[in-house]
Design a protein around this ligand. Sequence first.
Ligand code: SAM
Length: 228
Amino acid sequence: TGTLYVVSTPIGNLGDLSPRAREVLSEVQIIACEDTRVTGSLLAHVGIERPKLVSYRNENETVRAQELVEDLLTGQTVAVVSDAGTPTISDPGFRLVRACQKAGIPISVVPGPCAIVAAIAASGLPSDRFYFCGFLPPKSAARRRFLEEHLDFPSTLVVYESVHRIEKFLDEIVDVLGEERILSVSRELTKKFETTATGRAADVRQSVLSRARKGEFVVLIAPKTFDL
Ligand code: SAM
């Protein structure tokens, strides 16, 4: 039986691919990835040529997981990666890990970049406990309800957000949690235009809106009792 390696890849800066990740990716027989172009160019960058890439994405996760389990049972080794960061974290991977567990296939993790951890570390917000909320629902009413329900939540909340909704989401936070709530918004972590703004919700909102409308964001909301 082969081993499934769950491998983290960079969230922007290609220098963050670990030596062990490179070694595993160069040795496995199959690399399951979301977008073969994205992973192909990462591998080319680190000099890994002609890897066997198979597409494993939200749309084909269940079927592909079974096929990969069969490959593993015949003794092939497989690495699963996503477009960026750690597989299974708001990305495919969970179903494959579960299918391998059920089939008795060994699983080994090659940890590395993850936007949650990077944003927490850069934020200056309480990091002893936090709650990762993933992507909130797209509808404004559902997001407002989530904020209302977590108004007094005692730990830092961590939310992934896309460029399309960041502006609206910051408006909702100011509306529901108030201008004084302490936030931290990280944008483009590890990339050329990386920024982290920490402060009152009203100020962080202003600072995010004052820059170009692009990038990837992690929004952290401090507990109500926290002040800078
Ligand atoms: N698996 C990834 C991880 O380990 O962080 C997350 C994938 S999820 C589809 C993409 C979201 O992660 C983005 O919308 C953003 O919220 C966050 N993200 C990923 N890279 C980031 C970066 N360089 N800076 C800020 N946020 C990032």
